[in-house]
Design a protein around this ligand. Structure first.
Ligand code: FAD
Length: 382
């Protein structure tokens, strides 16, 4: 019996660590298309102001991880197909048999449909290696256009402006973080980021990116244009389901797993940004930690359904700190917002009977109330 883990991001390496806690001898092989360096992905959107290069964000190499985990790590190896009937992986370097397989393949950046001769120069940052490219291009530049006023886009805007650059944030939403927070909370963030040097262009989208001098000119659907040295896409991520779908595993928005992280094939498990569990996508650090523990139990013969408490997410916008725990997509209720003395907002999403179902806290005063409010929130998966 052995376990093969596809992916060496947070989900892959954490799963290997959790399996090791339960079984010192089980052979573990991790396979990754990249060089297998362990790094903290959340640092990609707040590393610039701290002067962090991609090299500086590398923690352990694949060899160091292999030693620490007592595992084999195959790097620069792309898996191109999974045959669940014969339990074999096809990779670009050969075939690899497996007993139990864990898919931890992460998510893919959404590519926006863009016209123009600069469209192919738009960068996105979902990996350390993309961060390296982004940092190289930033050298000596002063203005960045960020497509997407969501969580990642706002974190980059805060980081780039705090590092001395000027930023344009562009997107169809009415206010930043519209999918996670009510309007007063979003406007408080918008005001704080604006004071730092971010220019918002909301209610509009980029239709074309054309080369212009040494940089780019972005045509917006509202008829305006924006000039920038670099264009960063932060339009969101979608679970990487391609391999699983081609292998005939059940997929919806993500690879469908049950509460023991099993896919529709009894020998294949999945976790992290690539999955969907009970209709939910949870592309954040904390759910991965819980799921890795449950997956490790299941794969070592003691399946126990995962339970997930409320896990508010801290948005890394230090100019106006934010903690959000949005209500479940089907929750019925209303946001109740209170402006704080420091200009921040405490927003509670409550059902008709006053049960707390979600929170959005912005600014230092509101964020201080996180622990008390978190206790009141219902679990994500009871
Ligand atoms: P990934 O880290 O993407 O790993 C995927 C792995 O699969 C890689 O090793 C890749 O090489 C491998 N792979 C994929 N396909 C193949 C293939 N066919 N063959 C071989 N290998 C393959 N979350 C928070 O909770 N708080 C934060 O502050 C926060 N900040 C973030 C900031 C940024 C900029 C981003 C992008 C995300 C942030 N997140 C944050 C989300 C969090 O980082 C992710 O949920 C988490 O890192 C995902 O880990 P993963 O292992 O599922 O995926």
């Amino acid at each position: 019996m052995s376990v093969t883990i596809l992916g060496t991001g947070l989900a892959g390496y954490t799963t290997a660590r959790e399996i090791r806690k339960l079984d010192a001898d089980l052979p573990i092989t991790l396979i990754t298309a990249d060089d297998g360096h362990n790094y903290s992905k959340p640092m990609l959107s707040n590393g610039f102001a701290k002067g962090k290069t991609a090299e500086g964000l590398k923690q352990q190499s694949a060899d160091q991880m292999a030693d620490a985990l007592g595992a084999t790590v195959l790097t620069e190896t792309r898996v191109t197909a999974i045959d669940t009937a014969t339990r074999r992986l096809t990779t670009d370097t050969g075939e690899h048999p497996y007993d139990s397989l864990v898919l931890a393949t992460g998510a893919q950046q959404i590519r926006l449909p863009l016209e123009g001769d600069g469209a192919d120069d738009v960068v996105s940052v979902n990996t350390l290696w993309e961060y390296a490219t982004f940092r190289d291009r930033l050298d000596g530049k002063s203005t960045v256009a960020v497509m997407g006023p969501g969580l990642i886009g706002c974190e980059f805007a805060n980081d780039l402006c705090a590092g001395g650059l000027s930023c344009h944030v562009i997107g169809p939403d009415a206010y930043p973080l519209e999918r996670l927070m009510p309007a007063p909370a979003g406007h408080a963030l918008q005001q704080a980021l604006t004071s730092l040097g971010t220019h918002f262009h909301l209610g509009t989208v980029v239709s074309a990116v054309n080369r212009h001098g040494d940089g780019f000119r972005l045509a917006l659907s509202n008829g305006e244009h924006v000039d920038a040295d670099i264009v960063l896409s932060a339009a969101g991520l979608v679970p990487d389901t391609a391999l699983a779908r081609a292998a005939g595993l059940d997929t919806a928005r993500g690879i469908v797993v049950d509460r023991c992280l099993r896919t529709s094939d009894p020998h294949v498990y999945a976790l992290g940004d690539c999955i969907e569990i009970e209709g939910l996508l949870m592309p954040y650090v904390m759910p991965i930690m819980y799921m890795a523990r449950a997956l490790a139990s299941a794969v070592t013969g003691n399946p126990a359904p995962v339970s997930l408490p409320a896990m508010p997410v801290a948005v890394k916008t230090p100019v106006h700190p934010i903690v959000v725990s949005p209500p479940a997509p089907d929750a019925v209720g209303h946001w109740h917002c209170e402006t704080q003395e420091d200009g921040g907002v405490k927003a509670r999403f409550e059902s008709e009977d006053g049960t707390l179902l979600g929170i959005a806290l912005t600014g230092a005063m509101a964020v201080r109330q996180k622990v008390a409010l978190q206790r009141e929130l219902p679990p994500v998966l009871a």
